[in-house]
Design a protein around this ligand. Structure first.
Ligand SMILES: [Zn+2]
Length: 496
């Protein structure tokens, strides 16, 4: 047996000004995304779907090839040139032929300059050169599903956890079903549908209701015979027609069961729609509420500007409020500002600096003022910014925040970084000499993923409404292409 494996992952925030070029997909490993053996080395023994595909291929004694392993942190529209390079790598490998199956590790919310469904267009290109070789796909829970993303593949499986600690298991679910198909043991059939709702990201964690029960029921369906049952909560920061929640169920040659399971999951999601709406608290109130808490560490979430949803990581509203209200023993991760990082490096360790940080990336689609903050302090640490994730999310995968420094103001240690990374892993802090247990407050530019690596450390959590392209206030987003009516933008939306 011979398998083709490929990864092409991006969650596109169409409101984000952060450019998405090919180098952004290089995982910090060089100028271009790795291919072939280089990709195998980068992803074998990692807690990713691609890691699972490699393990499955080896366990089956199959030959395999990785066409490309491209993964970029969320950001704005994928540039057409970058998309062309990545899809060509995959489509040319498919066209060469000789594969019994194709395993794709995709996100499901890629929007390019020319296509609302980057993954659907990939499938159309694959099918234009090869109509028949079975395709199995692992998607992120935040996929915004279009017909071709599902209907041109044979097996689709989505993450069932958020934070995403089951990427590997999702690869296993998609891969095992595809290998069973190649072996002639199963005949997958799929039922899927969308709902007219866009759940808030801040209400999507599978550690909380309503998503906890929904994902548990999907897992149970797999124990009761479905090959894969996936509830895609969707990614709302995409002004595209199909953003929002959808359900995909794959069964073994039982269309009626697939439809029954699909309808049950859709009904559960629709019945709970009001619970997916996030109420916003004013920033000054949140920080004041955190300040008087007596336990430690308290985690403050600067969740309007998280990298894992396409934030610039250079908005300073929450940092400025923390400095203004005089919180002490604070670690702040992080402000993206390559220029300030270089100024601090030039000054040197132990030197006093006054830096104007953040507020440098224009956000033309966002309504708020967005300014730098003046940071006076000592250069405490200079780092390459490279670290390995401790896990459980992306365990063992290399991470790269670019050249990084820590500026110590006396009360606040602020990490300044040169590449966008979501602090989902404790090593983001540890690698910068910050022990979160020794801090009273930890401010993270994150929404839900931080809970994977640091949730167990937090004694209290305060969500802070700052400024950014990942705002949890839908009234700040100017949707033009999204289908309407849709809940909660249109409160009286009918399911249809
Ligand atoms: Zn996701």
């Amino acid at each position: 047996m011979r398998l083709l494996i490929a990864m092409m992952m991006h969650e596109t925030n169409t409101f984000s000004p952060v450019p998405t070029d090919l180098q952004r997909f290089a995982l910090g490993l060089g100028q271009l995304p790795p291919r072939g053996q280089e990709a195998v080395i980068a992803f074998r023994n990692t807690g990713t779907a691609t890691g699972a595909f490699i393990d499955l291929a080896q366990a089956a004694g199959a030959d395999f090839e990785i066409a490309i392993a491209a993964h970029a942190a969320p950001s704005g529209l994928v540039q057409d040139g970058a998309y062309q390079e990545m899809t060509e790598a995959i489509v040319q490998a498919v066209a060469r032929g000789g594969f019994d199956g194709i395993l794709l590790d995709l996100h499901g919310a890629m929007v390019t300059e020319s296509h609302e469904d980057g993954e659907g267009e990939l499938m159309r290109r694959i099918r234009s050169v090869d109509p028949h070789t079975p395709v199995g796909i692992a998607y992120d829970m935040h996929a915004n599903v279009y017909a071709d993303m599902v209907e041109l593949a044979q097996v689709v499986a989505g993450y069932q956890t958020y934070p995403h600690v089951d990427m590997y298991e999702t690869g296993q679910r998609a891969g095992k079903a595809l290998l069973a198909l190649v072996a002639g043991q199963v005949q997958p059939t799929t039922a899927w549908a969308r709902l007219p709702m866009i759940p808030h990201i801040m209400r999507q964690s599978s550690l909380d209701e309503p998503n906890c029960s929904l994902q548990a029921r999907a897992r149970q369906m797999e124990q009761q015979g479905a090959l894969a049952a996936s509830v895609f909560t969707g990614f709302p920061h995409a002004d595209i027609e199909n953003a929002g929640l959808s359900v995909v169920v794959v069964t073994d040659n039982d269309a009626a069961l697939a439809e029954k399971y699909r309808d049950e999951l859709l009904q559960m999601a629709w019945a709970s729609r009001s619970e997916w709406v996030y109420p916003v608290e004013p920033l000054s109130q949140s920080v004041a509420r955190a300040k008087v808490l007596t336990m430690q560490p308290v985690v403050l979430l600067d969740h309007y500007d998280n990298a894992a949803s396409g934030g610039t990581m250079d908005t300073t509203a929450v940092l400025a409020e923390v400095l203004k209200q005089g919180l002490k023993q604070v670690a702040f991760f992080a402000i993206y500002d390559p220029q300030a990082v270089q100024e601090a490096i030039a000054a040197g360790i132990g030197q006093r600096v006054g830096l104007s940080v953040g507020g440098k990336m224009a956000m033309p689609q966002m309504p708020h003022r967005h300014e730098p903050v003046m940071l006076e302090g000592t250069v405490k640490l200079i780092s390459s910014g490279k670290y390995v994730a401790k896990g459980p999310m992306s365990q063992g995968a290399r991470q790269d925040m670019g050249a990084a420094v820590v500026i110590d103001t006396g009360d606040v240690e602020v990490a300044l970084i040169s590449r966008h990374v979501e602090p989902f892993d404790v090593n983001a802090l540890i690698s910068l000499g910050i022990d979160p247990m020794q801090k009273k407050f930890i401010v993270l530019k994150s929404r839900v993923h931080w809970r994977a690596g640091m949730g167990h450390l937090a004694q209290a959590v305060v969500e802070c409404a700052g400024v950014g392209a990942c705002t949890s206030d839908y009234s700040e987003l100017n949707f033009k292409n999204l289908r309407r009516p849709i809940y909660p933008l249109d409160a009286d939306t009918q399911r249809g």
